[in-house]
Design a protein. Structure first.
Length: 323
């Protein structure tokens, strides 16, 4: 569905050259749901804008829905849907009317535009809102209308740029249910950008991690997490001194293997062990900490997250960059 080779885009800003996308190779097969995950400014939107022919690449090649984005942009556009960040649907036009107009713009005849609009309103649970003014919809409804607008011409491939940004958790979950439903019913291939870790983790079948204009990892969330070694076992302890004593016991627990020990001191002192199998090592760690006189307040065992993957790959936390 999508094949790119060394796709790149630079921008000139005054005397400077910003390398927004630095040669990405992306392959997406029919029917996949792929998330581009990365911090702000990583190059996700620029990549999407090139793939949707809204922006010319500086170099590299790409075919999207079987057509070349440079030489056949109109053909690409006919075969894809694109929902940008905070898209256009709004204003005083009626919801159903807006969708039908979009259909006519894509060259559908009146009857087909009406049928298609009705189907999409039904699929995206907007049937009851058909006669409402688009500008008066809730945030979640408006986002669903944006998606309906992107689907009017029955594209096999839908691009969503940060679809859930600005939505509350309930509306986000609801949006995802609808995306899942339209994939099930229509078999649409979906490519989206997000900087929400949990969203990429839960929703996407494949995650492309993007940083500084490059794809730095590509795989299922589980595959990516599998590359990060081990679980994180965190002990909250009573004092800074306890944290330091706790950090000192790593050599005495051979089953913990090569453990990374961090004494996080401050208001809530913690000792963290990065170990191969957290639950297996936990009893011995507990006994040893106890024997060393460390006051234990609580313990957590965490499987690696996509944030750990990002941290391992870049040395930075995506969560912190978001904050
Ligand atoms: N039109 C432009 N002119 C100059 N620089 C740009 C332009 N568009 C993007 N950039 C720069 O290119 C880099 C990548 O931006 P891009 O919007 O693709 O990132 P992103 O990953 O989508 O981030 P966000 O989540 O904030 O949308 C950034 O440094 C940005 O400032």
């Amino acid at each position: 569905m999508i094949h790119t080779h060394e796709l790149a885009r630079t921008f000139r800003v005054g005397k400077d050259v910003v390398e927004a996308v630095r040669g990405v190779d992306i392959d997406v097969e029919e029917g996949e749901l792929v998330a581009l995950l990365g911090p702000n400014g990583a190059g996700k939107s620029t990549t999407l804008r090139m793939l949707t022919t809204l922006l010319e690449p500086t170099s590299g090649t790409a075919t999207v829905a079987g057509r070349d984005i440079r030489t056949e942009p109109a053909e690409v556009r006919r075969r894809i849907g694109f929902v940008g960040q905070g898209n256009g649907a709004g204003g005083d036009q009626r919801v159903g009317e807006e969708l039908r107009t979009q259909g006519l713009l894509y060259g559908l005849d009146r009857r087909t535009a009406r049928r298609r609009a009705d189907e999409l309103l039904d699929l995206l649970d907007l049937g009851g809102a058909s006669d409402r003014e688009a500008g008066k919809l809730s945030g979640g409804q408006r986002r669903r209308l944006d998606i309906a607008m992107g689907l009017v011409h029955e594209p096999g491939l839908l691009f969503l740029d940060e679809p859930s940004t600005g939505l509350d958790p309930h509306s986000r979950a609801n949006l995802w249910e609808h995306v899942a439903r339209l994939r099930e019913r229509l078999g649409t291939t979906v490519v989206l950008t997000t900087h929400y870790l949990d969203e990429a983790d839960d929703m996407a079948e494949r995650v492309l991690v993007i940083d500084h204009g490059r794809v730095i990892a590509d795989g299922t969330a589980d595959e990516l997490k599998g590359k990060v070694s081990g679980d994180l076992v965190t002990f909250s302890v009573g004092s800074e001194e306890d944290a330091r004593t706790g950090a000192g016991i790593a050599e005495r627990v051979p089953s913990a293997g090569p453990a990374e020990v961090v004494a996080a001191v401050g208001r809530d002192p913690e000792v963290r062990f990065r170990v191969e199998r957290g639950d297996g090592v936990l009893p011995e760690l507990l006994r040893t900490l106890d024997a060393a006189g460390v006051a234990l307040l609580s313990v957590r065992v965490q499987r690696p997250t996509l944030d750990d993957v990002f941290l391992t790959l870049t040395g930075r936390s995506l969560r912190e960059e978001e904050a």
